[in-house]
Each structure stands twice: as C-alpha cells, then as structure tokens.
Design a protein around this ligand. Structure first.
Ligand SMILES: [Zn+2]
Length: 475
C-alpha cells in the first residue's frame, strides 16, 4: 500500500490546543508504560503483542486511547527490531563463525525467533543468538516515547468532512481526557493532497510545535503502475534555480522561480539582521519561522507541480538526475543553505513517489563537471560557463542554455560505464580530459591555444603534444 502523510492547516483556538497538549502529556506517559509491558512480553514469548490487556494500567486516558497507543507503541518497537535485525545480520556475516552456524543464526534472525522457546535449534545456537541480540540492544538506546506525536485511528479521532459551513473543509472529532466531551479541530484542505488520486484514511497525526497544532492526514494513493505506459525511454533533468528544471530535450520549467526566491531572501535577511541586533535567536522568532515555512511550502509546491508536468509531457521510463547541489551566487548564504536542505528533500520525496506510483526508475549520476563540459564536443573548461544561464564552448563555439547543456551531459553520463558515482572530482576530470584529447588527435584544426591556456589540461598536454617524450620516459 502506498500512503502519504499531508499537512492540513488546523484552526484550533487556544483552549482546544491546551486540551490537546494535556492529552499528549498523558499519552506519552502511557506509551512508556505500555512499552515496558511490551518488552516484558517480548523476552518471555519472543513477540510484541498489539492486543495485550491494559485494563490494569492507571491512566486518565480511556481504554480506547490505551488501545490506540498500544498500536503505535508496537509499530515503533517493530521498526526498532527491524534495525536490530539488520545489525544482527551484519555482525553474523562479518564473524569468524562456521558456515553452518551462520546459516542457523541468520534463519533465527530472519524469523525474529531470538526469544521464541518453541524453535528446535541446538541450545548453543539459541544462546548465541540471544547473546548477539542483547549485545546490540545494550549498545543502542531503546525507543523512549518521550517525544512521540499522536498517531491516531478512528477509535479516538474521527476525520469528517464539513458539509455545513464554508469556514473550513474538515474537522477531527477528538476524544479528550474528559469522557463524552470530544473537541472538534477545524481543518483546511491541503490542495496538493486533495488532487492526488486515492482516498483519505481515517487516520491522523497530531503534533505540537510552538503552541500550534500540526495535523497530518494519511492518504492511500492509487497505484498506477499497470496503467502507466512510458513513451520516452530516458530523460535527464538538470536542477537549478533559473530555471528550476531543464530537460535534455531543451525544455525549461520554472523560469521565474528565482524572482520569488530573491524577494523572500530580502525579507529573511532583513529579519535576521533585526533579530541579531536584538540578540534573539531566529528559531525563537515567529515571523522568521513563518517566512521559512513560506519558503518551504513554495519549494514543495513548485517542485511537485513541475515534476508532474514533466512526467505528463514525456512519460519517461527512467529519469536521470545528478546528485543535487542547489546554489546561487545571487542569493544569501542563509538562503542557499535553506534551499539546499529543503530542495533536496522535496525532490527526493517526489521522485520516490514517482517510483512507487508509476514504477519510473530514478537513476542518480555523479555530477562532477557536468556544468563545465560541452555536451556537443566534450571540451571541459570553467570558462565555458559564461554565467548561470549561458553556456558557450571555448573550443567548438556551441551556444546553449547552461542547464540544458547540463541535462545533456547528465543523460550521456548515464550510459558512460567508466564514470562511477563514487569517483572523486579529480578522477572524473582525468577521464574527461583524456577522452577529449583522444578525440583531438585525429583532428587537424585542433584549438590548441585554447587548450594550452586551460589549467585543467596542464598535466596532460605535454604527453599529448610530445608523444616522443612519453616514449622516452617509459624507456
Ligand atoms: Zn564544444
């Protein structure tokens, strides 16, 4: 099942927020108690149990709340166990144990049978499995539940559409500490989430940040792998700021993207300098936090919108992209840092979604020198890039939009077997230079003067111009 969590703006007043905070405090205490019971059960029976009887626990929250809490606790613990399993496997595979023992241990680990007394393995093997398990456990912190948020199902929170008034779109009917006195949290639709094909589940996540409620609803998204028929084999995207995306075909998406960022950057920079004068930390300032939120919303919307349009237009089987580096000399340092954090996250999230929903392959390539290499003749020169937008090859004279040139190099690198993703920049430069010189050999009108003045070529040119010297060196 493909699910996404989407934030819906919540308009709860102060009184309601305080009541949610009360619930949250109790909920966290309860979670801690339940997790202790779960660990007890785990070491006794080998399993966590979503249906443990909880009547004896003293809490201000109702039995329904206890059940909901228990589900959340168990799912947190299960994913923690998943991490232990990975570590266990790694330890066993890297150990000096004999093959047979390794196989038994891996089987126990795979079936989560470390503490299952019914399994029929040799006692020594069982002991060893438990020892490794406890060794890992002793080195890791157990999930603490001190800071968990509310992940709620319909036992305690019902999400309903608001058909009566236009003031808001939905509400959550949430039970509280007082029996029979639920509160209603009004929500505004998330337009992006609403237009996604699928259905909202009766499930919500509520957290408290700086005395406001962050509410997320969970949507089950439609799997479209079967109906998606690719019409292009591969496209490459160059990610930048002006435009946001360039495709190897020459199409540009998001050309006015940077203008809005510049405006926002001015506001943020102004705010920061005023805060610095007053000695206030930016994270403590509501206005700054709101500006950053606005930036993040803007980025997410633009990224999703343009990637959707690109997919619609090309219907690619595969998207090739470079490891991202969002930066612009036209923006402040702080803005560049924010962009790089948010931008990477949103693009990766969106691409993962495309993979889940449509089955589109996403391939990352090594980005070194894709912006300085001519996609036409292969010449690498820092001077090829006139500015952030124009590319003009010093060797062959090709003029092209800088990001389209980048996208073409990204596509070419996809099928280039000798450049690996983990290579250093230096290794890649070496490959590109050698390849270019190789091509230059058969050509009479080689632009040697240009190559001579290019520092990238310095170490290679002697060998190239005087093959005899190389021969002598070898002798
Ligand atoms: Zn060129």
């Amino acid at each position: 099942m493909i699910v996404g969590a989407y934030e819906y703006r919540c308009f709860a007043n102060k009184g309601k927020i305080l009541r949610v905070i009360e619930v949250l405090k109790e909920y966290r205490k309860l979670a801690k108690i339940i997790s202790n019971l779960q660990w007890e059960a785990f070491f006794k029976t080998g399993k966590f149990n979503k249906y443990l009887k909880l009547k004896s626990i003293h809490s201000n929250l109702s039995e329904r709340w206890k059940q909901t809490c228990q589900w959340q606790v168990v799912s947190v613990l299960e994913s923690f166990i998943g991490n232990i399993q990975n570590k266990f496997k790694e330890i066993v595979l890297n150990s000096n144990l004999n093959e047979e023992t390794k196989q038994y241990l891996l089987a126990i680990n795979k079936n989560k049978d470390w503490f299952n007394s019914d399994i029929k393995y040799d006692n020594e093997i069982k002991k060893l499995a438990r020892k490794i398990f406890k060794h890992i456990l002793s080195r890791w912190n157990l999930p603490s539940f001190k800071h968990i948020n509310l992940h709620l199902d319909s036992k305690v929170a019902v999400v309903e559409e608001n058909e009566k008034s236009r003031a808001f779109d939905r509400w959550i009917k949430l039970s509280t500490l007082e029996k029979g006195k639920p509160i209603f949290l009004p929500l505004q639709n998330n337009t992006y989430a609403e237009q996604l094909e699928g259905e909202l589940l009766n499930f919500c996540q509520i957290s408290v940040e700086k005395d406001t409620l962050i509410v997320k609803l969970i949507k089950k998204l439609k799997d479209k792998k079967k109906e998606y028929i690719p019409k292009t084999e591969k496209i490459a995207l160059d990610v930048g700021l002006n435009p946001l995306f360039a495709v190897n075909t020459g199409d540009l998406f998001g050309r006015n993207f940077i203008d809005y960022l510049k405006k926002l950057d001015e506001k943020i920079t102004k705010r920061i300098s005023s805060l610095q004068k007053k000695g206030i930390k930016p994270s403590q300032d509501m206005k700054y936090v709101k500006l950053v939120k606005r930036l993040s919303n803007f980025l997410q919307n633009e990224i999703n919108r343009y990637i959707n349009r690109i997919v619609e237009l090309y219907k690619p089987r595969e998207i090739v992209i470079e490891k991202l580096d969002f930066r612009s000399p036209d923006l402040s340092k702080r803005m560049n840092r924010l962009l790089s954090n948010f931008g990477k996250r949103f693009i990766n999230e969106k691409l993962n979604r495309l993979k889940e929903i449509y089955g589109i392959q996403i391939v990352e390539i090594n980005p070194a020198y894709t912006s300085q290499t001519c996609s036409s003749c292969g010449y690498v020169d820092i001077k090829n890039r006139k500015n952030t937008q124009e590319f003009e090859c010093k060797a062959c004279g090709k003029k092209i939009n800088a990001q389209v040139n980048g996208a073409r190099n990204i596509l070419a690198r996809r099928s280039c077997k000798d450049v690996k993703i983990y290579y250093s920049k230096k290794q890649i430069l070496q490959i590109l230079i050698k390849r270019y010189l190789e091509r230059l050999k058969g050509c009479n009108s080689a632009p040697l003067d240009i190559v001579r003045s290019n520092p990238y070529f310095k170490d290679y040119l002697d060998d190239f111009l005087n093959p005899a010297v190389v021969e002598n060196k070898r002798l």
